[in-house]
Design a protein around this ligand. Structure first.
Ligand code: PGA
Length: 243
């Protein structure tokens, strides 16, 4: 399976920052053995589409609404992302769940809409520190998968990203054993639900200096990277570890 390197820029980079980043990125030798995917903020999607046209680099939105049109002030739709040429949409990132009150029910509806447009949803799941310390990690991940994918089709495209909340933006990366245990569980649950082709990404403080070790853990099909994806040099370092 081709390894995936997905960059989640969160609320960073203006359109001019975005243009500069992709100008620098395109000057690099991008390995065709990696599926590169960028998630800029919505306001930089048009610049991203223009910059990446004619390249093999994929892109998409960090979120969308479950409806494609209507009286939903402030939302963006999967249909617009599709028309602009985007192929992926991140769904259920822990920051969306935590700060914007997204529920598994909302997430499942978004995934259904995204799949119906033949785009690829990347469903983010992960446990809090409290859940990990009370031994609830695996049951929580199972529940997030079962609820989040309740309306999803195994016949359509899908990627899952496991991101322990306590590792996001903290510099505290999950250990090899923690990644192995959780990814094996996610793989097992996905297989039982019929999603046998779904790639599983690890996310949470991935950096150039831990990418090699993490990428060698079984059932890790790539990374979802936040902070370290904002600079071309650090992203290229992570790509080295993934190969
Ligand atoms: P981080 O973020 O790499 O900065 O920890 C990952 C994410 O939130 O997707």
């Amino acid at each position: 399976m081709t390894k995936i390197l997905a960059a989640n820029w969160k609320l960073n980079k203006t359109p001019s920052d975005t243009k500069k980043f992709f100008t620098d990125l395109k000057a690099q030798n991008l390995s065709p053995e990696i599926q590169w995917i960028f998630f800029p903020p919505a306001t930089s999607l048009e610049t991203t589409a223009a910059q990446l046209q004619g390249t093999v680099v994929g892109w998409g939105a960090q979120n969308c609404y479950s409806k494609n049109q209507g009286a939903f002030t402030g939302e963006i739709s999967a249909a617009v992302i599709a028309e602009m040429g985007g192929q992926f949409i991140l769904i259920g990132h822990s920051e969306r769940r935590q700060y914007f009150s997204e529920t598994d029910q909302m997430i499942s509806e978004k995934i259904k809409t995204i799949q119906s447009l033949s785009l690829t949803p990347i469903l983010c799941i992960g446990e809090s520190l409290e859940q990990r310390q009370s031994g609830k990690t695996l049951s929580h991940l199972t529940e997030q998968l079962q609820k989040g994918l309740s309306l999803a089709s195994p016949a359509q495209k899908l990627v899952v990203a496991y991101e322990p909340i306590w590792a996001i933006g903290t510099g505290q990366v999950a250990t090899r054993d923690q990644v192995l245990e959780t990814h094996a569980q996610v793989r097992d649950v996905l297989n039982k639900m019929g999603f046998t082709q779904t790639a599983i990404l690890y996310g949470g403080s991935v950096k150039a200096d831990n990418a090699l070790e993490l990428s060698r853990v079984p059932f890790v099909d790539g990374f979802l990277v936040g902070g370290a994806s904002l600079e071309v040099a650090s992203l290229m370092g992570i790509a080295q570890g993934l190969l």
